[in-house]
Design a protein around this ligand. Structure first.
Ligand SMILES: Cc1cc2nc3c(=O)[nH]c(=O)nc-3n(C[C@H](O)[C@H](O)[C@H](O)COP(=O)(O)OP(=O)(O)OC[C@H]3O[C@@H](n4cnc5c(N)ncnc54)[C@H](O)[C@@H]3O)c2cc1C
Length: 409
């Protein structure tokens, strides 16, 4: 029996029959509605029962809660979880990018303490990177951390923190040394979100949901054992985390664009190709070719990673840009081919309402995890060797840069 078959049998055994029937009938809206109408605590408990056997982190070592599966089986397992809407979205930060960073940079006792709860879906994580004045220019963070003996005190304001309300832990980057250039003075910390001094407020999105938050860190005390990496190594940790976030954002976590937010390309083909005009068929074909190219690239990267081959040059930023822009084009196509479009839809038209929600929900794809403009810059400068613009903050100490620019640190 393949791993995906075993998972399917587990899911059918643990989840209610109505859940299994909606998956079997490919009823995407019905599944979303049923999950939304179920008590979140009940859904979390079901996901935890599935996660008990390591399905959420199939590639992690068994002793840390995974199943030590290879690249192909991992891809199939992730795809199956996404089809059943089990755990892939809410656990993504912990399972997809913060967990692997803990595995690489934390001491073994901290890894043994924090990774198994991620695998079991008992601890959700958030990423405390962006700030009001540090988004694309992330190394310009103003949040400060100062050390006194074995404890750090962290003070600052973070923004756009996805799932801060549900996260038990967060990974934060803070400035620990202002006497060196901005990239060199950063350190990462694992923050227990129940600590005194942590507070947050929701930010409403254009879908009407509030999935991200502004987080205040008011003199939060963090034991030194929860420093991730060395003091001053923060930028390296941040880059490793962002690279993994972009892998997930490119669909590589499931190696199929169809498992991302919104409707899959297969549905566009089956619903609209049979009756499409030549022009419409051309548009559908282009989207299909894009989706295949992305899926093949993702699979190639996944194989390189698991077989320890050198990373594909520019692979991560390139595929993240491709996936984000493709997803927006794809969800737009569902609106155009559908009956009523973005501005008008019958309130009881379940499918049309989902299309509108999905279209709005995917718009930030070209911003979250690094904007397309900034990633194109990266490809140009690092991949193609094009000249870099001058940036005095790369060579000057952060303190003197801030003093000379008149901004507040
Ligand atoms: C849905 C969503 C979820 C998010 N979740 C999180 C999270 O959980 N944790 C977290 O820390 N952050 C999160 N973010 C924040 C995200 O990482 C930032 O929004 C992103 O890095 C861009 O930063 P910014 O919003 O400050 O925009 P800015 O950096 O101010 O950019 C504004 C515009 O200027 C352009 N620009 C900026 N610099 C350059 C340049 N050098 N060259 C060319 N163009 C440039 C950008 O492309 C953009 O169009 C999330 C964002 C979104 C949309």
């Amino acid at each position: 029996m393949s791993a995906a078959d075993e998972l399917r049998a587990t899911l059918a055994r643990i989840l209610p029959p109505s859940w299994t029937a909606l998956v079997a009938g490919d009823d995407r809206e019905g599944l979303d509605e049923m999950i939304a109408a179920t008590d979140p605590a009940e859904v979390s408990e079901l996901v935890r029962m599935v996660a008990r056997d390591g399905w959420l982190v199939p590639e992690w070592p068994c002793e840390l809660g995974g199943r030590a599966l290879g690249a192909d089986e991992t891809v199939d397992v992730r795809r199956e979880l996404a089809r059943w809407r089990v755990g892939t979205v809410e656990s993504a930060i912990g399972t997809g990018w913060v967990g692997p960073a803990i595995l690489k940079y934390a001491s073994s006792d901290v890894a043994e303490e924090l990774l198994p709860p991620i695998a079991r879906n008992e601890a959700l994580w958030c990423q405390l990177f962006s700030e009001p004045d540090a988004g694309s220019d992330l190394a310009a963070v103003r949040t400060r951390a100062t050390r006194d003996g074995d404890v750090w005190t962290v003070t600052g304001r973070k923004i756009w923190t996805s799932r801060a309300d549900r996260a038990g832990w967060g990974l934060a980057v803070a400035r620990t040394d202002a006497s060196v250039p901005k990239h060199a003075g950063l350190t990462c910390f694992l923050v227990d979100m129940r600590s005194a001094g942590v507070s947050f407020r929701p930010i409403r999105q254009m879908t009407g949901d509030a999935e991200f938050f502004e987080v205040n860190l008011g003199d939060v005390r963090i034991p030194d054992r929860y420093r991730l990496g060395e003091a001053g190594q923060g930028w390296e940790v941040v880059r490793a985390v962002l690279a993994l976030e972009r892998v997930a954002g490119s669909g590589a976590g499931a190696a199929t664009p169809g498992s991302m937010v919104g409707r899959p390309i297969e549905e566009l083909v089956s619903n609209y190709l049979p009756t499409a005009s030549e022009l419409e068929a051309d548009r559908i074909a282009r989207l299909w070719v894009e989706s295949r190219a992305i899926a093949f690239n993702n699979r190639r990267h996944a194989l390189h990673r698991t077989e320890n081959l050198p990373p594909v040059a520019n692979g991560t930023p390139y595929n993240k840009v491709m996936q984000a822009e493709h997803t927006k084009r794809l969800q737009r196509a569902f609106l155009d081919f559908g009956e009523l479009g973005l501005l008008a839809h019958a309130p009881d038209a379940r499918g049309a309402a989902y299309d509108v929600w999905a279209y709005l929900r995917v718009q930030p794809k070209t911003v979250a995890g690094g904007t397309s403009e900034v990633l194109r810059d990266q490809i140009a400068e690092r991949g193609l060797g094009m000249p870099r613009g001058t940036d005095p903050s790369r060579t000057q100490s952060w303190r003197s840069f801030i003093d000379s620019s008149g901004a507040s640190a």
